[in-house]
Design a binder for this molecule. Sequence first.
Ligand code: DAH
Length: 341
Amino acid sequence: MADDLTALEAAGLAELGAATDEAALRAWNTKFFGDKGLVRAALGKLGTIPREQKAAYGQEVNQLKATLTAAYDAAHAAAKEAALQLSLTTNPLDVTLPGRTRPRGRLHPATQILRQITGIFADLGFQVYRTREVETDELNFECLNMPAHHPARDMWDTFFTTTPGVLLRTHTSPGQIHVMRESHPKPIRVILPGMCYRNEAISTRSEIQFHQVEGLAVGEGITMADLKGTITAFARRMFGPERQVRIRSSYFPFTEPSIEVDIDWPKDDPNRDRLTKGTGWLEIMGAGMVHPAVLRAGGYDPAAVTGFAFGMGPQRMLMLKHAIDDIRLFWQNDLRFLRQF
Ligand code: DAH
């Protein structure tokens, strides 16, 4: 091999031996194999070589290139391996550590029970119908058989807006009128869940806002037996398959006859006496057969169809189910309370 090539190979190998990290290796590569590198320069000398030595010289340069390239690849692989070993010993990775669990969100208990209620009624063939929270006096009261100054209006302490005749609905019952006017003359089987507002002093037992779920069925030949069957099916899915349902007569202006519905409370619940005031029975909703005046306000002919309606308070049901003694907890957004559901 030509002397200068032998020297170049020796220098290349020696300098490669000294280059132990990535940066030094890259510098070496540029110095020897770059566009202006030493190997290219050696090849450039080909023009000055006497013709008969050209072929031999060319081969020698190729030989040199192969040797240095192989040595470079080996050094590069070794440097990589060394870097990996170093990182493994300085930042050891403990694959046996338990993973970190992410905090999970959850649904508000009020949302959970609304979904449970709508799920049960969906199984019974009831569709969900949503209506407005800002209502007129006409729908909240008059169409429900309570003309102006009717004494039954006192059952609902009302928030009025500054617009005459416009108020925050005190119950979901005005939704009955919306559904009837929209569905007439077809039969109806819906529930109406939503927020209601009452102008009351806030206490452990009453809030100014709360949910109600209204139910309405209208059609030919609907009787009290249908109402009782529907309520019983609901109560058993909601509160347990052994539940008994008891019906007491009551009064609401928009139903005739009107009833209140009680369920028996499980005998093995230690809270039974306190919750039921010693009677064993607990009220879960108001209900009744839709008053003819209400059917008429909705556009139906009371001589041709009948209907039943009911109204219940999901917050009250949650309080019963979980022995919650303060209704204010529902809208305070205290995570210690909400996390329990
Ligand atoms: N609207 C009543 C209330 O807020 C609840 C109610 C009772 C609804 C009887 C009904 C019903 O549909 O038939 O107290």
